[in-house]
Design a protein around this ligand. Structure first.
Ligand code: NAD
Length: 293
């Protein structure tokens, strides 16, 4: 069994980006700039956004963090998005989700100029991805593609089973794995909360990608011998031995499943670290006008 080391892969990608930024700077070009909008004080969201800003510093990007209280109005948020859309200094920006209930997240995402939508959540980028046109790919599925690629995992003709159909992970993942590019060319099954006999499907998977958020959902009896298992799940579970009071658990019963796999991602240290690397990749592509010309 080979462990798919997301931390190492993420560092390698970020080193490659840093080298490109250094070359851009040396030629006197514009340094890529990522802006992030954060609403409220949710612990998880604050950590995610801070990590994104730190990654920008590390690889030499410019960054700005725009924070609002939970009480911010939808109108104020939309005005800020309009401003960022028009700001030539900002190459790409993100609005950290989730947003408070009084704000329509779809309306907010649709207000972002697709050319600056480095999270790849705008319907234009989703549509372009489905059509096989250049697009910003959502970071988590793009990170999984990088893991498969950098470990030279064969995907052509394989049966890929994806559990979970969210707009940010499961759905784009299923589409990308079916595309006629590498990694891709797989036969894809997508499972969700109403799938009858989940184990029947997962046992047929050469590549099993799990994005649900239910710790230990996938047990050893649900996995085929030699399968590649990618665990996207990250659920905080209480852990008094940790300073933070919690630890992260994946959707896969790692200890028992790992023995049966050819490759498997750990949690933490698997898919998670790649998400930031792919956001940085999208920002670099935005600065280079690679996607929309
Ligand atoms: P979500 O919470 O929006 O949806 C969960 C999906 O799981 C739904 O499509 C639902 O139909 C399906 N589901 C629920 N119970 C099921 C069951 N018993 N059997 C089969 N399917 C079931 O999903 P999300 O936002 O994609 O997040 C999924 C998990 O991935 C969460 O733990 C989240 O924290 C994690 N996540 C991690 C990263 C990362 O590491 N970078 C990024 C995004 C999400």
């Amino acid at each position: 069994m080979t462990l798919l080391d997301g931390k190492k892969t993420s560092e390698a990608i970020q080193d490659e980006i840093a080298a490109e930024v250094a070359a851009i700077k040396a030629k006197g070009g514009k340094v890529p700039h990522l802006a992030a909008i954060l609403v409220g004080n949710d612990g998880g969201s604050v950590t995610y956004v801070n990590n994104k800003v730190l990654a920008c510093d590390r690889i030499g990007f410019g960054s700005s963090l725009i924070r609002y209280e939970d009480s911010v109005s939808e109108e104020e948020l939309l005005n800020k998005i309009k401003e960022l859309n028009e700001d030539p200094e900002v190459d790409g920006f993100i609005v950290q989700l989730p947003l408070p209930k009084h704000i329509d997240a779809n309306k907010v995402l649709e207000a972002i100029d697709p050319k600056k939508d480095v999270d790849g959540f705008h319907p234009t980028n989703v549509g372009r991805m489905v059509a096989g046109l250049p697009a910003y790919l959502p970071a988590t599925p793009a990170g999984i593609l990088q893991l498969l690629k950098r470990y030279n995992i064969e995907t052509k003709g394989k049966h890929c089973v994806v559990i979970g159909r969210s707009n940010i992970v499961g759905t784009p993942m299923s589409i990308l794995m079916s595309k006629c590019t590498y990694p891709g060319e797989a036969t894809v099954t997508i499972c969700h909360r109403n799938t009858v006999d989940l184990a029947h499907h997962t046992r047929q998977a050469d590549i099993l990608i799990v994005a649900v958020g239910r710790p230990g959902l996938v047990t050893a009896d649900m996995v085929k011998e030699g399968a590649v298992v990618i665990d996207v799940g990250t659920t905080r579970v209480p852990d008094e031995t940790r300073k933070s009071g919690f630890r992260l658990r994946g959707d896969v019963d790692f200890d028992n499943v790992a023995e049966k796999c050819s490759y498997i991602t750990p949690v933490p240290g698997g898919v998670g670290p790649l998400t930031i690397a792919m956001l940085m990749t999208n920002t670099l592509r935005a600065a280079k006008h690679e996607v929309y010309g």
